[in-house]
Design a protein around this ligand. Structure first.
Ligand SMILES: Nc1nc2c(c(=O)[nH]1)N[C@H]1C(S)=C(S)[C@@H](COP(=O)(O)O)O[C@H]1N2
Ligand SMILES: [Mo]
Length: 279
């Protein structure tokens, strides 16, 4: 993934006609859907959790149709196919939250000037790269959650995070579709990008996500950890938090976001770890 260096960044253009759903409603809906699919699956319920994993783990750079892509193309069945197997990562009492160790500093070597930092987003369509300030992200609904950060090295810790849902960002700024329609996870447009990639500003650490994981209600563009702004070592000013996946996907210090038709490159997948890194 490269950012478009030639085109001048443009001012973010919101999609004003798309009101963001209140947080409680989004979570209630996700829970209802989880419950419904669980009940619906009966004894196969636990295997159903694997269904979501299966959906999001289907590759496809090899010409085999991506099941999600197929679902996305089949307009009517869309939101159903999309969120049927949704589950939420467990949440914990906030009092259980602790500061995690700093783990992994790849891509954090350069001095960061928080005032000069911008999130650069290359839209899925032909549009120019757009730049966002931290204030733009903080203007979106603030979502807080206490979830477990699990590292593939074998440790885990409960952390309280705060930030904006990536899905809210992509509803407000419709950069994930070719048409410029907002990316509503419950009614996704047919031309929604199947993948999203993120990189540190120096492009030394990078992760890829399938779009279903990107639009998951617990996937946050996070700016606070345990009630305080992120420190540099934990990814200031903005990091990814996505608690259904291992820590390797929680990219610290996001510099660029870009949408793609095939799996974006992923630092740890290149070194042999599972590209999806779900748990
Ligand atoms: N930029 C960047 N982000 C990163 C890493 C890294 O090396 N560089 N390591 C990842 C890994 S393996 C983990 S477990 C988490 C740890 O987050 P923490 O340092 O806030 O505990 O960050 C992830 N994000
Ligand atoms: Mo990790």
């Amino acid at each position: 993934m490269t950012t478009n260096q030639n085109s001048a960044p443009v001012t973010p253009t919101p999609a004003p006609e798309t009101p963001l759903r209140p947080e409680a409603e989004v979570l209630a809906q996700a829970r209802r859907r989880s419950r419904r699919s669980f009940i619906g699956l009966g004894l196969a319920g636990l295997a159903g959790l694997g269904g979501w994993k299966w959906l999001i783990s289907q590759p496809d750079d090899s010409g085999i149709p991506h099941p999600l892509r197929q679902a996305l193309d089949a307009n009517g069945r869309l939101s159903q196919a999309y969120f049927k197997e949704t589950r939420l990562a467990p949440e914990f009492a906030r009092s259980r939250a602790k500061d995690p160790r700093v783990n992994g500093r790849i891509g954090l070597a350069e001095e960061l000037d928080p005032a000069a930092w911008r999130l650069r987003v290359q839209g899925y369509g032909a549009g120019k790269t757009q730049e966002f300030t931290l204030a733009d992200i903080q203007a979106l609904p603030k979502v807080e959650m206490t979830t477990e950060l699990k590292c593939i090295e074998g440790w885990s810790i409960v952390v309280h995070w705060a930030g904006a849902r990536l899905s809210d960002f992509l509803a407000r700024y419709p950069l994930a579709t070719r048409s410029g329609r907002p990316a509503d996870p419950l009614n996704p447009p047919a031309d929604l990008a199947p993948y999203v990639g993120m990189q540190t500003p120096d492009e030394k650490y990078y992760v890829g996500l399938d779009i279903a994981s990107a639009l998951h209600p617990q996937t946050l563009l996070c700016y606070e950890m345990n009630g305080a702004p992120l420190t540099a070592a934990h990814g200031a000013p903005l990091r990814l938090v996505t608690p259904l996946k291992y820590g390797i996907k929680h990219l610290k210090r996001i510099g660029t976001i870009a949408f793609a038709d095939t799996r974006p490159k992923d630092y740890w997948a290149e070194l042999g770890y599972d590209w999806n890194a779900g748990h």
